[in-house]
Each structure stands twice: as structure tokens, then as C-alpha cells.
Design a protein around this ligand. Sequence first.
Ligand SMILES: C[S@@+](CC[C@H](N)C(=O)[O-])C[C@H]1O[C@@H](n2cnc3c(N)ncnc32)[C@H](O)[C@@H]1O
Length: 232
Amino acid sequence: MIRIPEPELMEKPSQVKAYAEADFGSGDKDLIIRLKKFIADIGRNHDSITRIIDLGCGPGNISERLALQWPEAEVLGVDGSKTMVEMARFRKKQHQMKSESLKGLKYFLADIALIPKNTSLIKGPFDVVVSNSLIHHIHRPEIFWEAVKCLSSPGTIIFHKDLRRPASMKEAFELQRKYLPKAPEILVKDFLASLQAAFTCKEISFQLRMAGLDKVKVIEQEERYLQINGIF
Ligand SMILES: C[S@@+](CC[C@H](N)C(=O)[O-])C[C@H]1O[C@@H](n2cnc3c(N)ncnc32)[C@H](O)[C@@H]1O
């Protein structure tokens, strides 16, 4: 199926609210488990991770989990949507009221595409550059991978998870029926649009090669995801 990009930023308040209220808990937990395993597998000490950036952080679901896993680290969630960043900051306050320590967590409003043009926008390097469900939004992947490189230094762990594009709309509908059988209409619409906008393994592999990220690999994960990981 041909890729149909969707808008990069999620800015509509109704869309942000539906997204923030959706339960992505098991997928988010899975990302953290896989990231921790990757860090252990490459022989890196958990506590050596002191700076993490979560690109396209949305309402902060992954950033919060990162901050809880690495309570001593600086975790920076970045999103280009003001509505999302406001939602993420609001959720952080709610967590703190429950006295969950998110002291290292900060959010920053910025379009990732500006990072290569303005390297002082976000001060790198980071120990981990992570994203979840962001890459399918990206219109110019070559700029995205440039941004990842700007935020890295030798040894930085690069870790991304995203949907992958199915072969046909028939497959997309099957995935929707299987994984979002009772979701609100707005989320079902977003999910189908995201599947159409997602990249294939082959496309990401080509992007990584073009970006010179030779130590970063992409693999298919379960029925609908891609996992991209490696070291800068
Ligand atoms: C599907 S959400 C994912 C949110 C979160 N990472 C998660 O795991 O659920 C994608 C987010 O990426 C943001 N985004 C897309 N393109 C972006 C860009 N070029 N710069 C900054 N943020 C971007 C959108 O605004 C949206 O909040």
C-alpha cells in the first residue's frame, strides 16, 4: 500500500484529549522493558544513563515512565504541539500530587525539524534518544535522522518504536478490529491513518543507511510494530 502521510503535529484539543485518555499502557511498558534489555545486552550500566530525550513525547506517557525508571536522570520530552506539551505538563503536576517523583522530567515545545538548523535549540548530547509512535508522523525522515544525530555523541543509545505500514487496507482494518475493537471513533480514525502513514522496515533501513547510522538496525516487532535500535 502507498504511504499517505498524516499531519505531523497533533494539535486539535479533541484529538489530544482522546489520545491522552487512551490506554496505551501495555505497549508503553513493553517499550521500557525492551529499552532496559537493550541497555543490559550492550553491557551498559542502568545508572550510567543520566540524560534521556523523548522525541514527539505527546502527553508524556513514555517520558513519565522513563523518569520513573531513571529517577536520577534528566528526562526531556519534546513535542511540537503546544496542546500536547500543555497536556504533558498538566499530567506531570497530577503525578506530583500523588507524590511520584518526576523531578528530572521537563518538557520542551519544539519542532524536531528545527534541531539540525539550530543546534543550540536543545543542548545535547544525550545518553538515550528515544521515541514512540513518532516516526510515522514525520514527512522528511532525512531531517529527523539528522536531528537524532545532532542529539547524539559516540555511544548514545538510539531507540525508537513505531507502527509499520501493512501491505493493504484490508490488513489495516484487520489490525484495527483486533487491537482497537471498542475504541472511540476518533482513535479508530487516527489508528487507520497512522497505519497508512507508517514506514516499512525496508524504507527505514534505507533511511538509516542514507543517514550513515550503520550501527542502528530496524526489525519487525509483533504484527504491527517496528523496533529501531542501536548505538551512535
Ligand atoms: C502519536 S503521538 C505519540 C506520543 C507519545 N510519544 C506516545 O508514545 O504515545 C506523536 C507525537 O509526535 C508529535 N510530533 C510529530 N511530528 C513532530 C515534529 N516534527 N516535531 C515535534 N513533535 C512532533 C505530535 O505532535 C504528537 O504529539
